[in-house]
Design a protein around this ligand. Structure first.
Ligand SMILES: Cc1cc2nc3c(=O)[nH]c(=O)nc-3n(C[C@H](O)[C@H](O)[C@H](O)COP(=O)(O)OP(=O)(O)OC[C@H]3O[C@@H](n4cnc5c(N)ncnc54)[C@H](O)[C@@H]3O)c2cc1C
Length: 492
């Protein structure tokens, strides 16, 4: 087939589409000279290596590094028009799900080059290139005494985190990161570049908040920023002797009566198979310059402590520290569920997790982690809409607990066993929350396993709306058919 590629109304080049990924890459090289990279080049290799988890380090036919939104539009238009072409979209490359942001064939669009950060409107808004990492955002914001609702770990990408929801130290006060976006610039399946916000393409704007790569490729987020003095935070590690105290403190913390919009915690229980050891660890923030904030006192009072880094500092410093605690360069699975806080459910979940991970003790490279944290309250009724299925004022969101199972290992021959054990443990956990009547439908996309369906968990009303938005902005289903990675909206 011979046709002409047009972007922004300009006829660029006659392009011959053939059923070959190699030809697709050659055509893109002509359209985007110097921006298409092949295996064994430094740029290609460093892009592949930059995926956080080993399993995502796949080898696409070529990697495109755009330097402008128009470059992204050219890639989308080409891929949409050529029957053979397949596209992967990479932000910070932190998804543990194989194929989410890369593939062994086709074109991978690595957005990392779109990483400009600039402060607007006297600090009220910050424009962030969709390929930026949160550390790049915080470095700029901290210089001006500002902060924004973003990832807690320095190396995580802006693009995937925001479009999947986004949990932050500032979430108890400000909600999901996606609820703090005022505008998204994106490329649609047609190659058109549009801005989505509350007054322009408002339906698309809501869909993108939780819809990840199903509607377009976001190239820039304009996010709210705010004055933020240095605040109290850090990590504390404990022996497993304190498990019961930890759970009691967490249940009390999550009681809506005790809600404090400045207090945030990720409570983790860790099992290391190599030495059969168990510890627990709390990463905590109080987003005011208050040492020993009473909202977190039950956790900081627990003894004995193996380490304690609680201090007053800024977001860049905390994000760097949180990155040090995260295992990198491993195989991994994340899986998640949500429930209304319940002390018996928390105790039972910790109990069955303990049993389950000890059954995997023969996999010597395994690090297994169970984490409890909060789903943030919904923004006020007047606030922006998202597609996560939380209707303002319809639910006492202050009592929602997010349960994350994360397992890390290096021995690929153990992958099937660990995936199966994680899936069966999650089923057992959901059986407990259902039996106790505290189960909640919502599953957080950014912590969901490949075998989960976070989009369906938003509820039928939301899914219907998402389908309408997809039919309006992407009638040919490009983002489902030709961008196979990530969680897909089923179109019927
Ligand atoms: C070490 C670590 C720490 C983490 N900390 C947090 C945390 O504090 N809070 C939290 O909420 N989550 C956290 N997460 C989870 C994280 O939010 C998700 O893994 C998220 O998807 C990462 O985004 P990314 O851009 O780095 O990932 P990628 O793997 O590049 O992308 C993930 C998905 O998003 C799509 N995507 C990426 N950019 C765009 C774009 N511009 N337009 C459209 N689609 C896009 C990709 O196609 C892919 O399907 C953490 C994960 C890790 C590994």
């Amino acid at each position: 087939m011979r046709h002409y590629l047009t972007v922004l109304g300009l006829v660029l080049l006659p392009i011959c589409c053939t059923a070959s990924f190699v030809t697709d890459c050659a055509a893109l090289s002509t359209l985007l000279p110097g921006k298409v990279f092949y295996t064994n080049s430094t740029v290609y290799d460093s892009s592949v290596k930059s995926y956080y988890f080993v399993e995502e380090r796949l080898n696409p036919t070529c990697i495109v590094r755009p330097t402008s939104t128009s470059d992204v539009a050219i890639v989308v238009k080409y891929t949409a028009d050529c029957p053979s072409a397949l596209l992967s979209i990479k932000g910070g490359g932190h998804s543990p799900n194989i194929g989410a942001a890369n593939a062994d064939v086709g074109v991978t669009l690595d957005l990392r080059t779109l990483n400009a950060v600039s402060i607007q409107s006297g600090g009220l808004i910050t424009s962030v290139g969709a390929g930026a990492l949160w550390q790049e955002v915080y470095r700029v914001l901290d210089t001006y005494g500002l902060a924004a609702v973003g990832g807690r770990v320095a190396t995580v990408g802006v693009g995937g985190l925001i479009t999947g929801g986004g949990l932050s130290a500032f979430s108890p006060e400000h909600g999901f990161a996606c609820d703090n976006v005022v505008n998204m610039e994106l490329v649609l399946a047609s190659g058109a570049i549009v801005n989505a916000n509350e007054t322009s393409h408002a339906d698309l704007f809501a869909a993108l908040k939780g819809g990840q790569n199903n509607f377009g490729i976001v190239t820039r987020f304009d996010i709210r920023s705010f004055q933020q003095p240095d605040y109290w935070g850090g990590g504390v590690e404990y022996t497993s002797d304190s498990d019961e105290d930890q759970i009691l403190a967490f249940a009390k913390f999550k009681d809506p009566e005790n809600f404090d919009p400045h207090a945030e915690i990720e409570q983790s229980f860790l099992y290391t198979a190599a030495d059969n050891s168990r510890i627990s660890s709390n990463n905590m923030f109080y987003t005011k310059p208050v040492v020993n904030a009473s909202a977190l006192a039950d956790f900081t009072a627990i003894e004995p402590q193996l380490s304690n880094t609680m201090r007053i500092s800024n977001t860049t410093d905390f994000a760097k520290e949180m990155a040090m605690y995260q295992p990198a360069d491993t195989l991994a699975v994340y899986a998640t569920t949500t429930f209304n806080v319940s002390l018996p459910a928390l105790q039972s979940i910790l109990g069955i997790w303990n049993t389950s991970v000890h059954e995997l003790s023969h996999i010597k490279s395994l690090l297994a982690v169970l984490t409890f944290q909060a789903i943030p309250p919904v923004p006020p009724a007047s606030g922006p809409q998202n597609s996560l299925g939380f209707t303002p004022n319809s639910h006492p969101e202050r009592d929602l607990v997010l349960c994350l199972l994360s397992n890390y290992w290096t021995d690929a021959s153990a992958s099937a066993e660990i995936q199966a054990a994680t899936q069966s443990l999650l089923e057992e956990i959901e059986a407990i929350t259902q039996k106790d009547g505290v189960d909640v439908r919502y599953k957080y996309m950014n912590y969901a396993a490949k075998w989960q369906d976070p989009i369906m968990s938003y509820g039928t009303t939301q899914v219907e709306k998402l389908r309408e938005v997809a039919a309006k902005y992407d009638p040919s289903g490009f983002f489902q058919a030709k961008v196979p990675g990530g969680f897909k909206l089923s179109r019927s």
